[in-house]
Ligand binder design. Structure first.
Ligand code: M6P
Ligand code: ZN
Length: 190
């Protein structure tokens, strides 16, 4: 019988115990309260908290050069549970630099929300729960929010030429925010 090469181990693995990707070309970074000035409505509450507190971590694989057309990037984000002045812990959020590029988010663990905002500042908020899959169309800013008591973990896949435009959100923000109400998350005008 002809013999073939043995099966190879996968090049990347998601480690559910840590929420991190493991393998080649993986870079992990954490965003702490100190990195998130101006992101939450209650800036006084944010600056009064321990600046080293990790709000979220992203572990991503970049198999091709950033900006290359035709490739894909993949990241796993873990947002810790918590609030700042009643507002849930969340990501900074961004438009893509190449604004018409899309992205998928796939919730793995926890409870959360995906805030989507188009260029006319019209928003939609989708519930995230294990297994929920979210298509983020081009020209739509996106931010994820942990509305639960446990870490929210989700996978994301985006084109390698998309880029992150944080500046537009830094200047204008999103038009709504998610705050903790008596019966769960409430969407309020920003
Ligand atoms: C997802 C992807 C990443 C993004 C991360 C955190 O994993 O969309 O590209 O970096 O979420 O979001 P942000 O960059 O807005 O802080
Ligand atoms: Zn994105």
């Amino acid at each position: 019988m002809q013999s073939f090469a043995p099966l190879l181990d996968p090049q990347l693995m998601f480690d559910s115990s840590t929420g991190l990707l493991k393998g080649e070309h993986v870079i992990s970074e954490s965003r702490r309260l100190a990195d998130l000035a101006g992101v939450f409505a209650d800036e006084a509450a944010r600056s009064a908290m321990e600046p080293n507190t990790v709000v979220y971590s992203v572990s991503s694989t970049f198999p091709v050069e950033n900006g290359k057309v035709g490739g894909l990037f993949f990241g796993c984000t873990t947002i810790q549970p918590g609030t700042i002045g009643g507002e849930y812990f969340m990501t900074k959020g961004h438009f893509h630099t190449k604004i018409d590029t899309a992205e998928f988010y796939w919730c793995l663990e926890g409870e959360g929300a995906l805030l989507l905002m188009n260029e006319s500042r019209s928003c939609r908020v989708e519930r995230m729960a294990p297994g929920s899959l979210h298509y983020i169309p081009g020209c739509v800013a996106h931010r994820t929010i942990n509305t639960g008591e446990k870490p929210l973990i989700f996978g994301a896949c985006w084109p390698s030429d998309a880029g992150h435009n944080y500046e537009r959100i830094r200047i204008h923000g999103f038009s709504v925010r998610l705050v903790k109400g008596g019966d769960g998350p409430v969407v309020v005008e920003a």
